[in-house]
Design a protein around this ligand. Structure first.
Ligand code: NAD
Length: 468
């Protein structure tokens, strides 16, 4: 993980030299270390704007409870203000800001946009406040997927968010859009908190659509949100899988780390650190799904979280690719997640409110030279999660995919220097992500607070220009 530009940016002298030579240096991203606390937005100064005349008080209360200092143009009730005293917070007036006042986050609720003129406040709000946002700040736009079946203005919000993400990325600021199909404040709290928190530091320029029929879980803990849950992570011996296992364990889950027998040593090391169970299994074996379902049913009376992380690449241009490379990539990257999911559902090995996350890839969105097999398998997972969302809804569960972009791993370290530099910089944030960044997003999708997110593929790519 030797990013010379990122290291140079930490040295003021080198940074000045590079900047006078016209070389932009990326901002060091502020990352979430370990589990999210009950107040992940602690002391975040957050400006909230809504086209609605009435403040969404439940949402503002939830953000304040999570530690944010909210400022708004909207009048709020005395009841809300006195409720917030308990968290040491109150909603301040946004029009009282001084010239030099800074903000950590801007949230614009455009759910009520119904005409071209309604879009103008979007310009006015960001024009007035964008320069106040500090490095590593957050922008979240909220919109309705459609108004009376018309998604014209949802698309406008999409274009706006993707562009503002490009304009602010050099300062480590992320901008994302949440689209909902009915303005229920409680479905917004989890996704909004996630996008405002450090856990989403490598997610920008993305659109997250919320399901309108989602059933709120029995409980959404404020901290240690996976306590008492059992999680399976495939390919957990090393790389991204090991970090996902660690992130889930940090949130209180009991993790079962699965990998091939030849990875026994690395797997044992990961499991030892997390006090996790070990499951030796080659996922390309015919009866793998059956064995996994039976294991969780008998040992834990079912599984709460499944992360289909194990994956391989066997790259060759199509003309030179032997059929075995096609088959093996499909077996591990696609057949295994599909069969395990179906089998666990069929055998009741998934508990009520279970969450499934598949590791797709940006190659499954943009395609990649020499990766027809890999890209097809990873793109298929996007379709798979979309298709399975209804099935998972029957057990009040969710299924989603994440699509990592350029992540600093052993794999990317071995790419030739120039290609690696291009890969690293071709995104809004001007740097590669880390396995921990992927793990934080997977952890969010495994948590009860993400109950309204299903059938989605969320990119973790710093707003990569590939497949944009
Ligand atoms: P990795 O090669 O470091 O780890 C993959 C793990 O999967 C290994 O522990 C391996 O032993 C295990 N595995 C492979 N075949 C298996 C099998 N037949 N049965 C059981 N386990 C098996 O990979 P990584 O970089 O950590 O990637 C993890 C996932 O993220 C993969 O699905 C990959 O496609 C995806 N991804 C990675 C990147 C990246 O930049 N590294 C980008 C996009 C997507």
């Amino acid at each position: 993980m030797n990013d010379l530009l990122l290291s140079a940016a930490k040295n003021p002298l080198l940074k000045n030299i590079l900047s006078s030579a016209g070389v932009p240096t990326p901002v060091s991203l502020k990352r979430q270390e370990g589990a999210l606390s009950a107040t992940p937005l602690k002391d975040q100064r957050l400006a909230f704007f809504s086209l609605d005349q009435k403040a969404p008080e439940a949402l503002l209360a939830a953000l304040s409870e999570k530690g944010a200092n909210v400022l708004s143009y909207l009048p709020v009730s005395k009841e809300l203000q006195s409720k917030l005293v308990a968290f040491g917070r109150h909603i301040a007036r946004l029009d009282n800001l001084g010239e030099a006042d800074k903000l950590d986050a801007l949230v614009f609720d455009g759910s009520k946009i119904q005409s071209v003129s309604d879009l103008e406040p979007l310009y006015r709000f960001f024009h007035a406040h964008l320069a106040r946002v500090v490095a590593n700040g957050r922008i979240v736009v909220i919109g309705a997927e459609s108004v009376a079946g018309d998604s014209t203005f949802a698309r406008a919000l999409e274009g706006f968010t993707r562009s503002i993400a490009k304009e602010t990325g050099a300062r480590g600021i992320t901008a994302n859009l949440i689209l909902h199909s009915g303005h229920a404040e409680d479905i917004l709290v989890g996704p909004l908190t996630f996008f405002l928190s450090k856990a989403s530091c490598y997610v920008t320029g993305q659109i997250l659509a919320l399901s309108k029929d989602a059933v709120k879980p029995k409980s959404i803990p404020q901290a240690q949100s996976l306590a008492g849950k059992v999680a399976l992570v495939t390919g957990a011996a090393r790389g991204i899988g090991a970090k996902i296992a660690a992130a889930l364990a940090a949130e209180g889950a009991h993790v079962v780390c699965l990998d091939r027998a030849q990875e026994a040593e690395a797997l044992a090391e990961t499991a030892r650190r997390l006090d996790a169970h070990i499951f030796h299994q080659d996922l390309s074996e015919k009866n793998a799904a059956e064995k996994i379902a039976a294991y969780f049913k008998t040992k834990f009376q079912g599984c709460d979280i499944v992360v289909h992380n194990a994956g391989i690449t066997l790259d060759k241009t199509l003309k030179k690719m032997p059929v075995e490379s096609w088959q093996r990539v499909m077996d591990i990257n696609l057949r295994a997640p599909m069969e395990i999911t179906h089998r666990m559902l069929q055998d009741n090995a998934l508990k009520n409110e279970a969450h499934i996350v598949c590791l797709s890839s940006i190659a499954g969105i943009a395609g990649n030279f020499g990766q027809t097999n890999y890209s097809a398998s990873k793109a298929a997972l996007r379709g798979f999660v979309a298709a399975m969302a209804n099935e998972m809804a029957k057990i009040n569960g969710t299924i989603n995919a994440v699509a990592p972009g350029f992540i600093e791993t052993r794999m990317t370290e071995s790419i030739p220097f120039v290609t690696r530099e291009v890969g690293r910089r071709l995104n809004n944030l001007g740097q590669g992500g880390r396995p921990e960044d992927v793990a934080q997003v997977v952890s969010f999708l495994a948590q009860p607070a993400s109950f309204a997110v299903s059938g989605q593929t969320l990119r973790i790519c710093g707003g990569s220009l590939l497949g944009a």
